[in-house]
Write a protein that binds this ligand. Sequence first.
Ligand SMILES: *Cc1c(COP(=O)(O)O)cnc(C)c1O
Length: 421
Amino acid sequence: MTLTQRDAESIWHPYTQQLNARPPLPVLSGKGAYLYDEEGCRYIDAVSSWWVTLHGHSHPYIVERVTAQLQQLDQVIFAGFTHEPAIALAENLLAILPEGQKKVFYTDNGSTAVEVALKMCVQYWFNKGKSRKKVLAFNNGYHGDTFGAMSVSGRSAWTAPFDNLLFEVIFIDTPTEENLPVLKEIISVHAAELACFVYEPLVQGSAGMLMYEAPALDQLMAHCLEEGVLMIQDEVFTGFGRTGKNFAADHLKTQPDVMCFSKGLTGGTMPLGVTTCTEDIYNAFLSEDKLKTLFHGHSFTANPLACTAALASIELLLQHEAQDNIRRICNRHAEFSLKICGHQKVAAVRQTGTIIAIEWQTESGTSYFSKLRNLLYDYFMDKGILMRPLGNVIYILPPYCISDEDLKKIYQEIQNALEIF
Ligand SMILES: *Cc1c(COP(=O)(O)O)cnc(C)c1O
């Protein structure tokens, strides 16, 4: 049996209608910006394998560091024990985050990083004897697939079967100069019952790479600060260079209380989640009263291999090579954006840093279930490019090591596709 046949016998894939999905492609290896299948066909990984790969696949430095760590310590319980990779990663991460972030809590993916952030904020008020339990979030937001993360995500086809089980959230639009007064008013009206505000800064990834401006978010955050509403900045996607700066926070003046990271955290090599918080949040859990403990933890919390991968990846990110590459991708995207923005099939082009999204003009409008999606997916796969359109929105967010030549090839194929579909 082929791998594809064996896969069909035993595997249920994520975000996949198994009835009629294109059979999954067995991948044999990955190197740099490329993935290779069994026949040796090469694919440019234009979406960083679901937004995680930063420096390219199987980066030799990360491989070397993780290999050495695996020989020394594979895993250890993280309650009552600690280890150097977890400590060094916390130190190095806090050193490049906004000043207010003082403590690191480990989990193993983006959804759990958000769950912990929500628990920190809700229990913060519980520990202080105040009843502030509601959450504020953006329409169209995405924060993960576990129940808490789903609750604070925009209601959609993804959440429909569970809607009556999701906790109540107050949803507002992303901010613009025009709607800010209305949004601030909503926050003020509900402030006394709001535990926190959770948001994707600058880019709403899963919603179709919807983007909004930093100054507007800054004003909204300043208002939350005034009203005492805790802020959870979900940088699971935007962290580690995606927006052109190390963090979306680096585009903002106001600082959040809690931050979430995963995806690019380990350079895309291993699962790891991080929730960071301020001293104030941390202190609210210090008590002789055992009830005030944060009762949360996962079996693989702070796995030493994952922490080591993250340490190596952050080291690479801060070096000139990666920073130059990030700037280069930003510039190439901007040039391409100018080139195609006037095309009649292009409803919109959006760019924030290394992320560029192109919204296809369709008769039925924007939809995650657009028929165009599969046509475009297949078209690019046949050209040796892994793209994963969100409905009629295609986007490129490549590993930073991608060459100019490969970027050009992707841009050219998009232009070709615009003439076909
Ligand atoms: C992907 C994503 C998550 C969820 O992360 P997982 O590791 O897939 O659970 C949370 N928040 C944002 C903004 C994301 O893009």
